[in-house]
Design a protein around this ligand. Structure first.
Ligand SMILES: NC(=O)C1=CN([C@@H]2O[C@H](COP(=O)(O)OP(=O)(O)OC[C@H]3O[C@@H](n4cnc5c(N)ncnc54)[C@H](OP(=O)(O)O)[C@@H]3O)[C@@H](O)[C@H]2O)C=CC1
Ligand SMILES: CC(C)(CO)C(=O)C(=O)O
Length: 339
């Protein structure tokens, strides 16, 4: 596997095979991405928040419980607490911390790690993070990604792959640069994606087993995911139910539908065409992730800060910008904050 992976990268004339990838944050998504990339032969270093987690990963590797229930042989990779990282990192950096972790200390670290240039791939749900990071890291190229993969951290060095989804990479302002109307798969001959480093990263992630797309319209994908998260996350967190239970009683269904209708109106005005017809997608995600606890419910249960400001709080800000009202989004934002 390793040889064919390296050959395929060499065939593409890509020097990334030799670079080390850095994954920032050893949480659910970070462990999944780091583990899968390392298993496919990439050199990966995981930058953790704590030295305890780094030590565990260095000692044990990362074990991935696949969706079939089979647990992989732990894959070995380097792990370092972020406070011990020194110098400029030359390879791709995948940022997999929550929006709530974006603070001045992390920005200073990323400025040093990129040398004020470089490229960071952003995997956060919600909106607002790209703008915050762009302000904090002028000179660094930011590549936002949307993923519908599901991951759940089981321990410091183990993760469950809870849902097979896909990853879409985009570039800020891509729609203006590349007026291509469709999201295109990287195998497609029509994938007019100018940036070869993003293309190479996407190719390597594909080799690691992910379904990857390059999108010229990532903004729409971001808004579509925001619509789904705005309905499922706060309500499951407030009601303390798994995603599959959200539409199961008339009372919950009506709450979800009203929150959806309000959010769809706001997002349609913000550039998401046909948002009002996306209800089936919300229902499909509830079904597909029926036993999942939403990330917001997990945060609430663990007593952590939630991403509510980047999800329903962001819908309220978009509503205000467009002269609309969003009382239900305001209410769930206030309720989650008050928990
Ligand atoms: N999990 C999933 O299936 C999906 C997640 N996402 C998005 O991806 C992002 C990450 O989610 P998820 O992995 O679930 O979140 P987790 O809370 O599981 O992981 C976040 C990780 O970031 C670490 N962290 C926090 N601050 C720092 C720091 N300053 N330096 C280094 N590491 C830090 C945390 O460390 P510690 O644990 O020590 O506090 C934690 O391990 C979120 O925006 C989420 O919405 C998107 C799609 C799917
Ligand atoms: C899609 C969903 C709702 C899956 O749980 C999610 O993205 C989350 O929990 O944040």
């Amino acid at each position: 596997m390793l040889q064919s992976f390296q050959k395929s990268i060499t065939d593409k004339g890509c020097c990334l095979a030799m670079s080390e990838w850095a994954v920032v944050g050893g949480g659910s998504l970070g462990l999944l991405l780091a583990g899968k990339l390392a298993a496919a032969g990439c050199r990966v270093v995981l930058w953790t928040r704590t030295s305890e987690q780094a030590e565990r990963i260095e000692a044990d590797g990362i074990a991935i419980e696949e969706m079939s229930g089979v647990v992989s042989q732990p894959v070995r990779l380097r792990a370092i607490p972020i406070s011990s990282v020194k110098g400029i990192h030359e390879g791709p950096i995948l940022l997999t911390v929550k929006q709530t972790a974006l603070d001045s200390e992390l920005y200073s670290f990323l400025r040093l790690a990129t040398g004020g240039a470089g490229r960071i791939y952003l995997f956060q749900n919600g909106v607002g993070h790209v703008e915050k990071l762009a302000r904090a890291l002028p000179g660094t190229t930011l590549t936002p990604a949307i993923t519908t993969e599901g991951a759940l951290r089981l321990g410091p060095s183990s993760v469950r792959h809870t849902g097979k989804g896909a990853i879409w990479f985009g570039v800020v302002g891509a729609a203006e640069l590349l007026p291509m109307p469709m999201t295109t798969g990287i195998d497609s001959e029509n994938a007019l994606f100018a940036d070869s480093s993003v293309r190479n990263v996407a190719e390597m992630m594909k080799q690691a087993g992910f379904t990857v797309f390059l999108s010229n319209e990532l903004e729409k994908r971001v808004l579509r995911k925001l619509l789904i998260n705005s309905v499922i996350n706060p309500l499951t967190a407030l009601l303390r139910i798994p995603n599959g239970q959200l539409l199961k009683t008339p009372e919950r269904l009506s709450l979800a539908r009203e929150l959806f209708d309000e959010t769809a109106k706001v997002l349609e005005r913000s550039g998401l065409p046909d948002a009002a017809n996306a209800w089936d997608e919300v229902a499909a995600v509830c079904e597909a992730t029926a036993t999942n606890l939403s990330s917001m419910l997990q945060d609430v249960q663990a007593g952590r800060a939630t991403e509510i400001d980047a999800i329903n709080g962001a819908v309220c800000r978009l509503a205000e910008r467009n002269g609309l009202e969003a009382p239900l989004n305001a209410a769930v934002t206030a309720l989650i904050k008050a928990l």
